[in-house]
Design a binder for this molecule. Structure first.
Ligand SMILES: Cc1ncc(COP(=O)(O)O)c(C=O)c1O
Length: 499
């Protein structure tokens, strides 16, 4: 540590610069990203502090570190920029950023009450509140086991949920390992790949995930689910769980949770709801109907770092029966979870896979108290209102843009149509050569946007043809920004097709 006084210490300089960025992130005509190819980035940093760590022998001077901090800021993606419409997360809530810093400053683990007395109570209170919002029956006794855990991301929480699901079906597996039964689970073909990775890690195998057809909007076809479960049983496989998706990644579609729950109850299957993305719709009185039936789920994963703008990561795994966590994860390490220590009944460590656990609950607790339930509802309503505006622009575009997937939530999936192909009723109307042309457009247009740093939005194939996906996750996005992004697509599209 340098021996300078507090006002010039490097950590204060970095903190001041970071806070300045949080309070005044790039906006308007500022670039969304100052994009550089990997080789160029490495070369730029060589002027200050090399990214490459091979020669870190002597400490870098403070001035060089500050130059490096500026380069980090300059060349990173500005997810707070109102034209960052690329993914289902975006610029963070500033209170959550500094809440994260405060948690880091206190650098502890959420594993035990002893090491995290305040955070343990905060986490418990938040899990109970989230459980109540989801309609779970929650035990309000302060010392009652909370209905879940905060996990490092939705994919990890999915792994936890499927471990719980298997445990209910085959309680011996945690001790003696998997038996000969071929366990299978079901998720729609629009569901997130976390299911497949979790199945691989659990030793079920990726093929244990049976993909159920979704309808054109991306919601699971529940008749196909019923048929798939019965077909699997007839083949001698052992269904044990279904994942209903509440907010699919690409089209923000919601599976009908009540219909899925009926099927799960009929077949004795664990119902897991992947609300990583759309779970936050529960905060909005006008949007929460999309998750009707979530209270019937056995587990529910909810990423507050997506729609709610908490810093990554902030994921809650909620479980209907919290007593199922310990049998899956407890090992009783007697140097940490001593039975004779004070308040050990508050320790969460024997209900989790992790040992050290970040205190992700602090930032959410601060932000939620700062905004209140009403502020959280507004954030969701704003995201949907911006998506409605984007859909409106498409309707009024005279055929320049077409909405490719019907939807009324936060994602807008659309195509830009070259002049000679207008009017285009749907992508299905394209012949092969026109489809091939259309397929190349979104990546080409995006490359221009990225290179000039004017905006960021996603693209993905739908029915084999690349289409744009616009998502307004940041509360800074306004209708003008959306209009500007459509104008940019139009300009770049015109330039690309005239080449
Ligand atoms: C529907 C859905 N489920 C799960 C996940 C995985 O969450 P995480 O990125 O926190 O692992 C995502 C991420 O985008 C998602 O959209």
């Amino acid at each position: 540590m340098s021996l300078t006084d507090g006002s010039t210490r490097i950590e204060k300089q970095i903190a001041d610069r970071a806070l300045e960025y949080v309070l005044h992130p790039p906006t308007g005509s500022d670039p969304v990203v100052d994009f550089a190819a990997p080789g160029d980035l490495l070369a730029v940093f060589d002027e200050a502090v090399s990214i490459d760590m091979a020669d870190v022998v002597q400490p870098a001077p403070d001035s060089a570190l500050m130059e490096a901090v500026e380069l980090v800021l300059k060349h990173s993606m500005h997810t707070s920029h109102p034209r960052f419409l690329n993914q289902n997360f975006a610029g963070p809530d500033p209170v959550s950023v500094v809440g994260d810093w405060l948690g880091a400053a206190l650098n502890t683990t959420g594993a035990t009450f002893e090491a995290a007395p305040v955070f343990t109570l905060i986490e418990n209170a938040l899990l109970k509140k989230l459980g109540r919002v989801a309609g779970y029956r929650v035990d309000d006794e302060p010392s009652a086991i909370p209905p879940g855990l905060f996990c490092p991301g939705g994919s990890t929480a999915t792994l936890y949920a499927l471990q719980l699901a298997r445990h209910r079906h085959q309680p011996d597996v945690v001790r003696v390992g998997a038996g000969p039964d071929r366990l299978v689970l079901f998720v729609s073909d629009a569901g997130h790949y976390a299911a497949v990775k979790s199945a691989a890690l659990l030793g079920l195998g990726m093929d244990a995930v049976m993909k159920v057809a979704s309808d054109p909007s991306g919601a699971m076809n529940t008749e196909a689910l019923s048929a798939a479960v019965e077909h699997a049983q007839a083949r001698g496989l052992t269904p044990f769980a279904v994942i209903a998706t509440a907010g699919t990644t690409v089209t923000s579609a919601f599976d009908d949770i009540n219909e899925v729950a009926d099927i799960c109850e009929a077949h004795g299957l664990w119902l897991h709801v992947d609300g990583c993305y759309g779970g936050s719709a529960l905060f909005s009185p006008s949007q929460r109907h999309r998750l009707a039936g979530v209270e019937r789920s056995d587990s529910f994963v909810w990423n507050l770092h997506k729609m709610m703008g908490m810093t990554q990561q902030c994921s809650a795994l909620l479980v209907r029966d919290p007593h199922q966590l310990a049998p899956c994860f407890a090992t009783g390490a007697d140097y940490l979870f001593q039975p004779d220590k004070a308040h050990g009944e508050y320790d969460s460590g024997d209900r989790t896979f992790q040992c050290a656990r970040r205190v992700d609950s602090l930032k959410l607790w601060l932000a939620w108290n700062h905004h209140g339930d009403a502020g959280f509802a507004d954030r969701i309503d704003h995201a949907v209102a911006m998506a409605d505006h984007a859909r409106d622009v498409i309707r009024r575009s005279g055929g320049e843009f077409v909405q490719v997937v019907d939807g009324s939530f936060s994602n807008v999936v659309f195509a830009w149509v070259p002049e000679d192909l207008r009017p285009l009723a749907s992508l299905d109307a394209l012949d092969d050569s026109a489809r091939d042309r259309m397929h190349l457009l979104p990546p080409a247009i995006k490359r221009h946007m990225q290179a000039e740093g004017t905006a960021m939005l996603g693209f993905q194939p739908i029915g084999g043809c690349n289409t744009f996906r616009l998502i307004c996750m940041s509360s800074t996005v306004q209708t003008d920004d959306i209009d500007a992004v459509y104008r940019l697509i139009s300009t770049y599209g015109g330039n690309v097709t005239s080449l």
